[in-house]
Design a protein around this ligand. Structure first.
Ligand code: AMP
Ligand code: TRP
Length: 335
């Protein structure tokens, strides 16, 4: 528990591209709902982002853009600690300690590693392999109780829990064993073009994803082009994965239940459904896009947030790392 007696949340997003509707509905939206009841640490995880090659200038710019997106989505910088991962050196330090307690076998079973390594077989780097250990370090450093993420992170969460327990058993009670928190319905937003694949900003087909900062026009066009099926009835079923995904998105953005939406379109075709859904999506994303553009013109304000965030984060991270170093037998530095 934190000083204020609230439970602690940690979560992060990589500044490796623009944020998609998948990021928002899978992660950011639940952050905005949880921020009032928890002591939250939200990070732009640039150290994770370099496990695949990045252009340095683009990475720098995208890190700031990601901060603007966090705030535009409704993450209140006065309530939460928002910081850049590389500003808190304890992440890399704990990563080393935990990597000596992680088995090669555990890491080679990770599906995200298997997928990403297939894409860049020629130049596989060790960081891509040990990525989940850094993620566990992020979470355990803050003694987070809860980690709101999309369900593509479930396996990584299991490792974080296992490492917390392993360390606590080998030494003594130090880490909190964190729980993953996965939003209902949208913990996996699917591609609009291939509804059996998750929506991803690295998709080579731009029609598969919607960006939060995308224009109204382009958002509506992508929804109209979304793949459905030949059944022709607005139903929520496994046999209609394209439609099910659209209904999930519609439901999450308008706070209507899946049943209400299915009822609304009884006897109507996909055309009517997509037209109204596109309007609803555009309207709910509009304020975020406007706020995002406004914030990007206020760099000093953004800087003041990540400076304050790193100072607060480092204080908590240092307490945990000092305890870890003590328990594993590192000589205390008394200077
Ligand atoms: P990333 O962009 O990979 O750093 O992911 C940031 C957060 O967004 C993580 O919590 C992911 O689980 C979540 N996320 C990314 N893509 C999706 C998706 N298509 N559906 C649901 N959640 C997602
Ligand atoms: N691995 C996460 C992703 O790709 C990002 C991440 C890094 C993260 N560290 C984290 C998420 C700690 C939650 C907690 O989506």
């Amino acid at each position: 528990m934190s000083g204020e007696g609230k439970k602690v949340i940690f979560s992060g997003v990589q500044p490796s591209g623009k944020m998609t509707l998948g990021n928002y509905l899978g992660a950011l939206k639940s952050w905005t709902e949880l921020q009032h009841d928890f002591d939250c640490y939200f990070s732009m995880v640039n150290m994770h982002a370099i496990t695949v090659p990045q252009d340095p200038e683009v990475l720098r710019r995208q890190t700031i853009e990601l901060l603007a997106q966090f705030i535009a989505c409704g993450i209140d910088p006065d309530l939460n600690t928002i910081f850049i991962q590389s500003h808190v050196p304890q992440h890399a330090e704990l990563n080393w300690v935990l990597s000596t307690m992680t088995y090669m076998g555990e890491l080679s079973r990770m599906t995200q590693y298997k997928d990403k390594s297939k894409k860049s077989e020629a130049n596989l780097n060790a960081g891509l392999f040990t990525y989940p250990v850094l993620m566990a370090s992020d979470i355990l450093l803050y003694k987070a109780d809860v980690v709101p993420v999309g369900d593509d992170q479930k396996q990584h969460m299991e490792l974080a829990r296992d490492l917390a327990e392993r360390f606590n058993n080998r030494f003594s009670d130090t880490f909190v064993v964190p729980e993953g928190y996965y939003p209902k319905g949208t913990s996996r937003v699917m591609s609009l073009q291939e509804p059996l694949k998750k929506m991803s900003k690295s998709d080579s087909n731009e029609n598969g994803y919607i960006l939060l900062a995308e224009s109204a026009d382009s958002t509506a066009k992508k929804i109209k082009k979304a793949v459905t099926d030949s059944v022709g009835v607005v139903n929520y079923s496994d046999e209609q994965p394209g439609l099910r995904n659209l209904i999930n998105i519609y439901s999450a953005l308008t706070d209507q239940t899946v049943e209400q939406i299915v009822d609304m379109y009884e006897g109507k075709g996909y055309g009517a459904f997509k037209k109204e859904m596109a309007e609803a999506v555009v309207e709910s994303l509009r304020p975020m896009r406007e706020q995002y553009n406004y914030l990007l013109d206020n760099r000093d304000y953004l800087e003041s947030i990540y400076v304050k965030g790193a100072q607060k984060a480092e204080k908590r991270a240092k307490e945990t790392l000092d305890a870890v170093y003590d328990k594993i037998g590192f000589v205390k530095r008394n200077y």
